[in-house]
Design a protein around this ligand. Structure first.
Ligand code: SF4
Length: 358
């Protein structure tokens, strides 16, 4: 199975899937949307909108900035202000954000351009730099997993499912001796429901499942490497000191636009809000079974080549601009292909990472 494929038919007739949060979420949102975005044509390409919005680009810039910021911490110190600002500017250039200045001037100006970028990074450092340096050991940033089939989620008589992803950070919380995945979410402002928005949430459950499973695999390998009772005893002692498997993860909700210093309510909204969704083992197991069930449905869609559109407010008109394929779905079926060819482009399908990045 090539890394760009998300499924293949096994010799025993079952479907082998490689899924991550985004592919499953898109199938949930609308099967037709999933077909456009994820089911490759004969050249292995899928449909996508032309260009990326500045808001999406700012999310990528912020992830790059945070990756470098926490990477600096791995060298043994909180980055100073000059380093933090430089990290923000370097990521700004790498992500070519200035290219959006004329394309989306309102959003660009509201964010504040490169000065706004430096300010956001410095505000984050001031809010969390020292605390996270003391609380956390940074295990890794942008660690991709699962696309080499190293994380089997489960199987039944219809499907064999592997799970993948790429959390922004994986940290060891020293006080709890617990490894936790962390993801940054950039929004215009921190939503009022941020504290409850990420549970239930398939991405947070998936990351906890993945880190738990990888920790278990390390422990199993250590036990298997024991050649005699003495070695086994030593290995079990070492395992007892290992970090606990996660029961929670961190979602760091970040506002793109700086909250006003003088709100009418008198209470300044936060620019950053850490949220800690937690799941017990039964909830993770329930999530795992749901993913297998979703993959069975996905197999059914592929086999019958039926992609049911989910027309309505919850999919077509969701968020500010709605589904990008509305202009395709709002015309008769016989001219949809023409609209796709005129207004969209073919690209490589989404994958959380390519194994070559390892
Ligand atoms: S416009 Fe609606 S029906 Fe069409 S792909 Fe988007 S969500 Fe699905």
């Amino acid at each position: 199975m090539e890394h760009h494929q998300f499924y293949e038919v096994l010799p025993d007739g079952r479907y082998k899937f490689r899924v991550d949060h985004h592919t499953l979420d898109d199938h949930n949102k609308c099967e037709r949307y999933f077909n456009f975005r994820h089911v490759p044509d004969s050249l292995g390409l899928v449909w996508a909108t032309k260009g990326v919005s500045l808001k999406v680009a700012l999310g990528s810039w912020w992830s790059s900035t945070m990756e470098s910021f926490y990477h600096e911490m791995q060298f043994g110190a909180v980055p100073d202000d000059a380093t933090t600002a430089r990290i923000a500017v370097d990521a700004w250039r790498e992500n070519k954000i200035d290219d959006y200045k004329n394309l989306e001037p309102d959003v660009f100006d509201k964010f504040g351009g490169v000065d706004g970028a430096m300010l956001m990074a410095l505000e984050y450092k001031q809010a969390f730099g020292q605390a996270h340096f003391q609380q956390w050991q940074i295990i890794g940033a942008e660690l991709g997993f699962g696309w080499k089939d190293e994380l089997k989620l489960g199987e039944d008589d219809k499907v064999v499912v592997y799970y993948g992803g790429k959390p922004d950070l994986v940290v060891l919380d020293r006080a709890q001796n617990m490894i936790m995945p962390l993801d940054f979410k950039t929004k215009d402002s921190v939503p009022s429901n941020a504290a409850t928005k990420y549970k239930p949430h398939p991405q947070t459950a998936g990351y906890i499942f993945a880190v738990r499973k990888m920790l278990e695999q390390i422990q199993d390998d250590q036990i298997d490497s024991s050649h005699n009772d003495a070695e086994l005893h030593l290995n079990l002692k070492a395992i007892a000191k290992m970090p606990k498997a996660p029961t929670k993860c961190v979602v760091m909700v970040c506002a793109r636009f700086r909250p006003t210093d003088k709100p009418r309510s008198g209470i300044r909204a936060p620019r950053f809000l850490p949220v800690y969704p937690n799941y017990d083992a039964s909830e993770i197991e329930e999530w795992r079974n749901i993913v297998i069930e979703k993959c069975r449905r996905l197999r059914d869609s592929i086999e019958r080549s039926v992609w049911v559109p989910r027309e309505g407010d919850s999919s077509c008109h969701l968020y500010y601009t709605g589904c990008p394929f509305r202009r395709v779905c709002s015309v008769p079926a016989n001219i949809r292909e023409s609209v796709l060819k005129a207004d969209f482009v073919k690209i490589e399908p989404w994958r959380p990472y390519t194994p070559e990045e390892d």
